[in-house]
Design a protein around this ligand. Structure first.
Ligand SMILES: [Fe+2]
Length: 492
């Protein structure tokens, strides 16, 4: 059946249908979730009004919000200021000399550098025609000055929240009609989204190898790879399956709609639809998804904290068995974190190395008391039992996915740089860096601590021994870092 291709004029509001399905939480990817950050930087607001009383009154009213406020006397001054600096929101009067508020909004939306900037129109004119005109030029909200006092704060927060949701969100538009691609591209860019386009499913998959979109908007009837096949391919790929997928088609047959939904589509739009409605659908899907993602992230974090609290209690219980190692894990964590900080490591890496230090000997839980606490020399088989503690530690922590980054520290902190360590006899830089750093802190703290069979050494002597085993037992580069940032000598 030949497919009708819609022209730009035909895509006006005529018909709109959508089905939005809730997405099961299980499809969210934990790795992606943990990268979600709520933006906290101060927002920049530009107030445009030819009346100084209104400009300054509004600035005063909004003074309690965490935003930087600038003032412009008319649309032209606002355009000049926006060309000079970054703003997150514009609130503008309508009736002003030189450039009016409506013209300001139109020009901002027509410029690809500023089309994402939300504009709130604040006017004394509030009949339907004025409001319609405001939205036609792309305003995010239209308030009458009489109602502004009550709703302005709420409106600003809502518009900023929406804008930050859209920022850097890439929507992939897949359609074989250049006209439809261009219309949707323009509409979504004006609404603040970044857009990439492809002519069919195969091209879209190719594009997605380089850029991961936040949302896919795909036609169904296309050459080479149609929407059904494209949707199947996306949902068969574990890394892509969680991207919301909106199908678009002129075909209103229910079986086709059902097949798309069975393939994993989240929403179905019947063409023609207008871009305002499309934007609302996309915003709704993205905001549902973001909320779900934030909740899932919170759940993962609380699960991780609970798990960590339990494991740390186990570690404390372990140290309580042996008065000579009490405080050892904490001291190792302190020293390694200091070294990692000296390397300018990111906050996430610092947390990993600190936790690794705290839990590096957790596997000693699996070593019996009579071996672990034996004051005299160990037999070969007893020493073999002690040498199993890094692997036992790995087995204890492995079931907790969020602790995966610290496993290399726990498992390899007894490897030696010359390859004569355990459990795997790894050599040189094949030993994970965090494990090499932990080995130094472990050695130094063990030397300076009292043991049943000897007193703890003085700081200087322990430093000498660390230097003596530089390049044999311990990584030379890590020893150099340790010498450059020595720990505070233990208090007697
Ligand atoms: Fe150990």
């Amino acid at each position: 059946m030949p497919i009708k291709k819609w022209t730009e004029n035909e895509i006006a509001p005529i018909n709109f249908r959508q089905i939005i399905l809730p997405r099961p939480a299980g499809r969210l990817d934990a790795g992606i979730l943990l990268q979600i950050n709520v933006p906290t930087e101060a927002k920049r607001l530009l107030i445009v009004d030819d009346s100084s009383v209104i400009r300054e009154g509004l600035a005063k009213q909004l003074g309690h919000l965490p935003i930087d406020i600038s003032l412009a006397r008319d649309g032209q001054e606002a355009l000049d200021m926006i060309a000079e600096g970054d703003f997150d929101l514009v609130i503008t009067d309508v009736d002003m000399p030189r450039v009016t508020g409506i013209e300001l909004c139109r020009r901002l939306k027509a410029n690809r550098h500023t089309c994402h900037l939300p504009v709130v129109i604040l006017s004394t004119l509030d009949d339907n025609e004025d409001i319609e005109q405001g939205f036609l030029v792309g305003a995010a909200a239209y308030l009458s000055k009489s109602e502004a006092r009550q709703v302005i704060t709420e409106t600003i927060e809502r518009v900023l929240r929406k804008a930050s949701l859209k920022r850097n969100q890439i929507v992939l538009v897949v359609d074989d009609s250049p006209t439809i691609r261009a219309v949707i591209d323009r509409g979504l860019r004006e609404a603040g989204f970044a857009v990439i386009t492809a002519g069919n499913g195969r091209q879209a998959l190719e594009l997605m190898r380089r850029q991961r979109p936040a949302m896919i908007l795909s036609d169904i009837n296309m050459p080479e790879m149609d929407g059904l096949e494209f949707c199947r391919m996306i949902h068969a790929d574990r890394l892509l399956a969680d991207i919301p997928f909106v199908a678009m088609s002129t075909n209103r047959e229910r079986p086709l709609m059902r097949r798309m939904l069975q393939c994993g589509a989240d929403a179905y739009l019947t063409k023609p639809f207008n871009t305002d409605e499309l934007v609302i659908t996309i915003e709704k899907l993205l905001s549902d998804r973001l909320l779900l993602a934030i909740k899932e992230k919170e759940r993962l974090e609380s699960e991780r904290s609970l798990m960590l609290a339990s494991i740390t209690s186990l570690g404390t219980a372990l140290e309580a068995r042996d008065p000579y190692t009490r405080g050892h894990s904490e001291a190792v964590a302190r020293i390694t974190t200091r070294l990692a900080a000296a390397m300018n490591m990111a906050a996430g890496d610092l947390e990993t190395i600190q936790l690794g230090g705290m839990l590096h000997d957790i596997g000693k839980i699996g070593v019996t008391d009579h071996i672990l606490l034996k004051p005299g020399k160990l037999t070969d088989s007893e020493y073999d039992a002690i040498k199993r503690h890094p692997s036992i530690g790995g087995e204890i922590l492995r079931p907790v996915p969020s602790l995966a980054p610290i496993l290399p520290i726990v498992i390899h902190h007894h490897e030696r740089f010359d390859g004569r360590g355990y459990p795997d006899g790894l050599k040189g830089e094949r030993i994970p860096l965090w494990a090499r750093l932990t080995a130094i802190a472990d050695t130094y703290h063990a030397l300076t601590s009292d043991r049943p069979y000897r007193r703890g050494m003085a700081h200087d002597r322990a430093m000498e021994i660390v230097m003596e085993v530089r390049g044999t037992q311990l990584c030379p580069d890590c020893v150099d870092l340790f010498l450059a940032h020595p720990p505070h000598p233990p208090t007697p």
